[in-house]
Design a binder for this molecule. Sequence first.
Ligand SMILES: [Ca+2]
Ligand SMILES: [Ca+2]
Ligand SMILES: [Ca+2]
Ligand SMILES: [Zn+2]
Length: 471
Amino acid sequence: MVFRKLFILSIFFVSLLALEQKAWSYNFLYINPTTGAPIGWEPGTTIHYYVDPGSLGRLTNEQARTLIRAAMDIWENASPYANTPRFVYEGLLPEDVDGTNFRNYVNLGECYTNDLTSCESTAQRDLKTVIIFDQDDSILRGYLCPTGCLGQSRAGVINGTLTSPLSIAQGMVVLSGAYASSSSTRVYSIVSLMTHELGHLLGLAHTSVNQQIIEGDIRGYDRYIPTMYYYSVKTSNLNFPQSQMTLNPDDVAGITTIYPLASARLNTGTIQGDIFQSDNSAMKDVNVIVRNTEDSLCEAVSFLSGRICPHGLRAINGLVQGVCYNGDIYTPTGNYTISSLLPGAYTTEVEEVSNDNLAGSLGLIDPFILGDAEFWNDGDSVDESNTLSSNINLPVGRARDSINIILNRSAVTSDRIRSIPLSMFTVGTGTRCPISPPIDYAALVGITESAGSAGASGNTSTSSSGCSLLP
Ligand SMILES: [Ca+2]
Ligand SMILES: [Ca+2]
Ligand SMILES: [Ca+2]
Ligand SMILES: [Zn+2]
């Protein structure tokens, strides 16, 4: 049994960890090492973007521009509590960007406004954010991700300096023309890819909630996979009417936490705590998921333990994640903070990060969970049932602290339970995980797609390909 098609989406993951604990949730591309806040664009800023004048797969340039604009609208309207940057179209680039001239526009590494002369590309030096249509995939295949990927997106210029990064000042998105050419790629899958890549441009890293659905090939549940999930779920026939084009609560919490309006603090809450091994030492790099009990598959938000340093400790340059130091003593940390949560009753669980997938895209070295996945329970210790769960009442505007989990076993065993069975979770209204996209994007660009037209090759293979990563 082969799941439709899974493609790993690539990302350059650079993590600068935090000096002090701040309210945040989710996984972020950049974190200010001094303030501990996730790094995005300046609050209230507009992102002025330029677009490749070429075509994207079977889409004309105008169609592709219409769809990228639609994907921008999705993020701009993500949440009433978020002040997502506005995107402003500044025009076409002077030439079709392809394998011969891409270095003027495309970069592998970031640079900083304190020294723009060190930037790789002219677009970086000019602070021009660019959307590139890589019609024959020569930029992606030949430069950005030689093992293949559907897109690449990243910040190109950061305001400030390497040791004192402040905000994103320029970025790029490169989209695969081959993907958009395929007859099995529907228009809304292209919009999903665009939305995912724009999420990176805005500062979000990959997330993982409900990986059981992907790994178990649970048909009809793709509505519960967030846009920033580390795979793109290619929705190529009617078994998968829902795509990652619509944001899920995990995505919304993430963007709200990077770009909070003042109302976010008043209307949402935070759950935080520490994950420990059975000997009480810190357990980093486990996936922590909080779920609203009314609608637990949809209302699920995750964060990797150990991505933040407790107050007074500093991250080691982002290279050794989950380890903090005070200039002398190195301290592993297993803490997590998940914010921008709507009020309600929540459960918290830990699970193993999928070894082949999210772990690789986040640069994790040893993603195994010691022992089983388990729920948090009141008085969590080393010997209760892994499915024993207590509810956490999260009032509006509040934080619940010390939701600590002590793993029940201390070894990586072949029979360990990597994630909580889906049957433990409530399928609620799924209001914030809609089945149908709000807009018929094919119709928006004048393309007719019949129900069967795109499904022919949908189950022929499972293809996943990782791209090169920064540590
Ligand atoms: Ca092009
Ligand atoms: Ca427990
Ligand atoms: Ca336990
Ligand atoms: Zn990605």
